[in-house]
Design a protein around this ligand. Structure first.
Ligand code: SF4
Ligand code: SF4
Length: 358
């Protein structure tokens, strides 16, 4: 059966207030209020951008959505997990400071920013799923413990997953560090020159995979179980990611983690994709003024993350007259892996009815 996807035209030139009102219009048109109940802990999942990035979806653009949640008397909090890579979102302290700086705060939104995977990205809850790759995924506890979820995704390309939209926001963006590491199966950890040989990672490693020589720590790949404890524990940013070639497995794992996020929240998740300032790379890049790969399109929303991402991809490729892989300049990537796999494991339907709201 086709899932309903609501869509409204919008451009960054409309200004933040008009964009916010358009998102609110979609919320009402799709009766998304039915997803939320009084006193729910409601996670409003966003990407707060990286240091110099200025193309992420700005806080005032989601004010209308947040106001709807406040009016419904839920307990909403704006949220984003810590990252694997070392940057301003690597731990909760730096991440919270950045979120506040970028306007995801009480003054602008009227709700607090809370990091859902704790100080170091290790506050997680294992969730059992019936996936093809995984039977258990690791989700940020603050997400699992929330009764409802409003997912706000900014459409972008992605260097490995090809498409960054709702499935990636849920699967990667709501996972703990260990969950993220699990998704990046082709990634190996290494120790950089920043290592001070303090030994903290060695003490935390549950697999005896770390040794210390006279200069620095080393990780034995064969022993490493990918728990991410060393990344979380190192205060010097010395545990680094050696990104490998990945595409299909990463995308499938993203879909399976999204399944874990949605588990127990059936009919309690509303997903919004902002199809504006669409860039080749994701918002984790700390680059100002990244080139847009397609003109602004609008905002799309659905309760079905699979239908929403399929509709989003179709809208984008129609607008551009090109495939996403060509837009980002890597024809080896295919964004359909994540959508098709998500449908196969029961996360939703790629068949959709697009309802335009004016
Ligand atoms: S915790 Fe960091 S700095 Fe300390 S030994 Fe491990 S990698 Fe080196
Ligand atoms: S990821 Fe876990 S198992 Fe691997 S080296 Fe780090 S602490 Fe040890």
């Amino acid at each position: 059966m086709a899932s309903k996807v609501y869509f409204i035209k919008a451009s960054i030139n409309d200004g933040e207030q008009v964009i916010s009102e358009k998102a609110r219009k979609l919320f009402k048109a799709g009766s998304f209020a039915e997803c939320f109940k009084e006193n729910d802990f409601t996670a409003v999942k966003v990407h707060v951008g990286e240091g110099s990035n200025n193309t992420y979806t700005k806080a005032p653009c989601i004010k209308g959505l947040v106001d709807e949640l406040i009016a419904l008397k839920t307990k909403p909090f704006v949220t984003d997990t810590t990252t694997l890579y070392v940057g301003r979102r690597h731990n909760a302290i730096d991440h919270t400071a950045l979120a506040i700086e970028h306007g995801f705060n009480l003054d602008v939104l009227g709700i607090p920013f809370v990091v859902p995977d704790g100080l170091l990205g290790t506050s997680e809850t294992p969730v059992d799923i019936d996936g093809e790759i995984d039977k258990q995924v690791f989700i940020a506890s603050g997400i699992v413990h929330s009764q409802s979820l409003l997912s706000v995704a900014h459409l972008t390309g992605h260097v490995a997953a090809c498409l960054g939209a709702t499935l990636k926001t849920l699967g990667m963006g709501c996972a703990s560090k260990r969950g993220k590491l699990k998704q990046h199966a082709a990634l190996n950890l290494g120790i950089g020159d920043e290592c001070t040989r303090c030994g903290v990672c060695y003490e935390h490693c549950p697999a005896d995979a770390i040794t210390l020589d006279d200069v620095k720590a080393h990780i034995d790949e064969d022993k490493c179980i990918g728990c991410a404890e060393c990344m979380a524990a190192c205060r010097f940013g010395a545990v680094i990611c050696n990104w490998g070639e990945e595409d299909e497995v990463l995308q499938k794992s993203i879909a399976e983690h999204a399944l874990g996020v949605m588990k127990g929240k059936e009919n309690r998740v509303a997903c919004f994709n902002f199809l504006m300032s669409v860039t080749k790379d994701c918002d984790c890049f700390s680059e100002p003024d990244m080139d847009k790969i397609v003109d602004d399109i609008g905002i799309a929303a659905s309760r079905d993350p699979v239908a929403l991402d399929k509709a989003t991809l179709d809208l984008m490729e129609k607008k551009a007259g090109k495939k996403l892989a060509d837009l980002i300049g890597n024809d080896k990537l295919d964004p359909r892996y994540q959508i098709e796999h998500a449908e196969r494991i029961g996360l939703g339907s790629s068949s959709y009815e697009l309802i335009e709201v004016r």
